[in-house]
Write a protein that binds this ligand. Sequence first.
Ligand SMILES: [Fe+2]
Length: 182
Amino acid sequence: MPSLTESTGWSIEVVPGLIPVEDFFRLLAQRKFSASTWVRKMDQLDYLEEPDMFHDVFGHTPLLAEPKFAQFMKDFGDLGVEFIDDEEVVIQLQRLYWFTIEFGLIYENGRKVYGAGICSSFGETTHSLSENVEVVSFDLERVINTEFKTDVVQTLYFELESFDQLFEEFKLFRDTIREKVA
Ligand SMILES: [Fe+2]
C-alpha cells in the first residue's frame, strides 16, 4: 500500500496544538497537514474542543489519500494564503472547512459521515446520523453565512450529494471572490 506522500504528495507536519490560521493555510498549500502529538484520555473519547493526534490522523488523513480530495485541500490552502488579509473571506473559509472537512455528511446509498470531527468521535458519529439533528442539503452560500460553535456537539449538519459537488462549488466560490477584488 503506498504511503500518503507517495499517493497524493501529502505529509503530516507535527505541531504543538492549535496553530494560527495563516500557518494552517500555508501548510495546507504545501500539502502538509498539521497534527498534534497528544492523545485524549478515555473520558474524552466522544468530545474534544482541541484536536488530538487521533482526530488529526485517524480523522483527516484517509481523505488526504484520495487524489481529488487531496487537491481540493491544497486548493483550499492556496486560497487561504491568497486572502489571508481579507477577514471576511477567512471567516467564510473557516465556516466552509468546519461544515465540510470537519463536520460534513454525504449521501451515498444512504447518509454517511466523512467530516474528521465526526469520524474521530464515536458519540458524534451516532449523534449525527440520528433523528436528533438537523441535516440540510449542502448549499455553499448558506454554509459561509452560518456561524458555528466549537464548544458543543453540533446540531446542524450539511449533506453533500457527492464530493464533486463540493469541489465544483468551491471553484465557483473562488472565482467569485477573485472577481470581487479584481
Ligand atoms: Fe480537524
